[in-house]
Design a protein around this ligand. Structure first.
Ligand code: MG
Ligand code: ZN
Length: 201
């Protein structure tokens, strides 16, 4: 019910709310930094950062110049709709903007908490192992997009991109994929196009 309240808020203000989930260290914050820096003149962004402790990620986003709220979950391991609702009251995102919600790094229970987002994006990095989709199927079940990040490291690791896609499609046949290296810039234009489509939708 509380997630639906957030969803109604987003719909009324035509805000595209995106929930980014991944294990710790997949590159969510770097992806967001690079995205905001590249597109902030074109798209109004607002950001909610979730971590157990520290303001580190909010400080990185703040340096890009867009409004950001850090939620510290303490011993908690995911964001929920109540946390997002109270962050929204402080953040007050503009109509027609994109709200980027970076969830706590955790492939398990963030899957179970609807925040009211329009789209859920799973970020996996090639250093994690290509069998993540079948080991952690729940997080893929409701995902719209899987970003396979750190592709610049593929020559150094044993990671089969096609196998990962096949595993993820077993769980969620409609899932889309974009391969990126957020640090080197590979694939980022495809990701930006996907993001633009969410805004016009
Ligand atoms: Mg982060
Ligand atoms: Zn949790």
């Amino acid at each position: 019910m509380l997630a639906e309240r957030n969803r109604g808020y987003f719909e009324a203000k035509n805000i595209a709310a995106l929930n980014f989930v991944s294990s710790p260290g997949a590159g969510k914050t770097t992806l967001l930094e690079k995205t905001i820096t590249a597109l902030k003149e074109e798209i109004p962004f607002f950001v909610i950062e979730g971590d157990q402790q520290t303001m580190n990620d909010a400080e990185r986003i703040d340096a890009t110049g867009v409004p950001v709220i850090q939620i510290n979950t303490g011993s908690g391991c995911h964001l929920d709709s109540v946390m997002v609702n109270s962050a929204l009251k402080q953040l007050s995102p503009d109509p027609d903007s994109i709200l980027l919600i970076e969830n706590v790094g955790n492939l398990v229970c963030p899957a179970l908490f609807d925040l009211g987002e329009a789209r859920r994006i799973v970020v996996i990095s090639v250093t994690e192992g290509d069998d993540k989709p079948i080991k952690y199927p729940t997080i893929f079940r409701n995902a719209d997009l899987c970003i396979i990040n750190k592709t610049d490291l593929l020559p150094y690791v044993q990671f089969d991109v096609e196998k990962t896609k096949e595993y993820a499609r077993r769980i969620q046949p409609q899932i889309e994929f974009i391969e990126t290296s957020a640090t080197k810039g590979d694939g980022m234009e495809s990701w930006f196009d996907w993001l633009r489509r969410q805004r016009s939708a």
